[in-house]
Ligand binder design. Structure first.
Ligand code: UT7
Length: 336
């Protein structure tokens, strides 16, 4: 059996910065509330009319990751694209990325696992590489969320949190015994599917023709809904469980963690986990302060930044952990 390793990383965020004060001009919110509850100071939102899409941001991140991997695009064997904000309801953006990057007619798989999407994508890619089916797989997490948020006071509990951006990684067959993905662990609990969801376009019971005929301006089903406190309580439990699960599967201790990259859901969640695991500030990477919650893009953006800042070195034990809508949660333990 082969092993996989991350051979290239990249990210892209739109230039347009939206501060908490900017939001307070269009809805009843304020910098103090947002920072105290979430740690977020600002996020990036694509400018309306810029033409930027989930695919185009993914392409920009992917180009950097491929270049850093030292591979030519002809050497990429497969695409896994994670997003909750696809350009089209179908097909998913994997195929658009294949076209825009000018890749061969390789397979493109779309992953819909929300905030856990990137770790799910990594897990899938890892299995393909382990079996020897593929050698180099492009994994992308990209989100254009601002386009679908309720930017009024009605939607403030959700809309102040989310941001736009993309992150990408190339997963390649490992060439030495050190650097490799040690394990991935994936979970779901559909009982809580509606606690963090977008219900429209309502294939689960509502006919699109009826929705269109109603033309109801108060129809909130196209906007994200989140039962914030319930999600928060589940998140802290599942984050902890799935990190422990990964460590135990590899006979590792908490003290072996060199870098934890949690999905950037809320700085308070990251801080809770950090405290629970007794990790110091250098062992947990957070950038939600600047980018908000970018869902499937948050882990690859944070991982890329941590790596660019020299905070991850060869041989380090890096832990990725995610929790989100579904509910889904997941971890990956990587020997860098
Ligand atoms: O990434 C996927 C996973 N997501 C998560 O893990 C998110 C988990 N949940 C959270 O991060 C938090 O629950 C939130 C940040 C979403 C909300 O924080 P909270 O402390 O749970 O606030 P809350 O929803 O209980 O609302 C408290 C108050 C309410 O007012 P009343 O009823 O006490 O008068 C809200 O209406 O804060 C109000 N509120 C706001 N006020 C100012 C809600 N949103 C805002 C806002 N600005 N943006």
């Amino acid at each position: 059996m082969y092993h996989s390793k991350i051979s290239g990383l990249g990210y892209f965020v739109p230039e347009n910065i939206v501060t908490n004060d900017d939001l307070s001009k269009i809805m009843d919110t304020n910098d103090e509330w947002i920072q105290e509850r979430t740690g977020i100071q600002e996020r990036r939102h694509v400018l309306k009319g810029s033409g930027e899409t989930t695919t185009s941001m993914g392409v920009k991140a992917a180009k950097i990751a491929i270049e850093r991997s030292g591979l030519s695009k002809e050497e990429i064997d497969f695409i896994v694209f994670a997003t909750i904000s696809p350009d089209y309801y179908f097909p998913g953006p994997g195929v658009s990325l294949q076209k825009e990057l000018g890749l061969r007619t390789i397979g493109a798989l779309d992953v819909r696992n929300q905030c856990s999407g990137f770790v799910y994508a990594l897990s899938i890619a890892d299995q393909y590489i382990k079996t020897g089916m593929y050698k180099n797989i492009l994994i992308v997490g990209s989100e254009l969320q601002s386009i679908g948020l309720d930017m009024t006071t009605r939607g403030r509990g959700v809309s102040v949190i989310f941001g736009d951006g993309a992150g990408a990684a190339v997963l390649s067959r490992a060439t030495d015994e050190v650097s490799q993905v040690l394990s991935t662990h994936l979970h779901s609990e559909g009982e809580h599917a509606k606690e963090l969801s977008v219900l429209a376009p309502g294939m689960g019971g509502r006919w699109v023709t009826d929705i269109l005929a109603d033309n109801d301006p108060n129809d909130e089903s196209y906007f994200p809904y989140m039962n914030g406190q319930f999600v928060f309580k589940n998140a802290v439990v599942r984050f902890s469980e799935v990190i422990h699960e990964g460590l135990e599967a590899n006979n590792l201790q908490v003290s072996d963690i060199d870098m934890l990259i949690p999905h950037q859901a809320n700085l308070r969640i990251s801080q809770f986990i950090q405290k629970k695991f007794g990790l110091n500030d250098d062992q947990v990477y957070n950038n939600i302060q600047k980018f908000g919650n970018t869902t499937a893009a948050s882990i690859p953006i944070a991982l890329t930044q941590a790596w660019e800042e020299g905070k991850i070195k060869k041989g380090d034990t890096v832990v990725l952990a995610a929790f989100g809508s579904g509910f889904t949660w997941a971890s990956a333990i990587i020997k860098w």
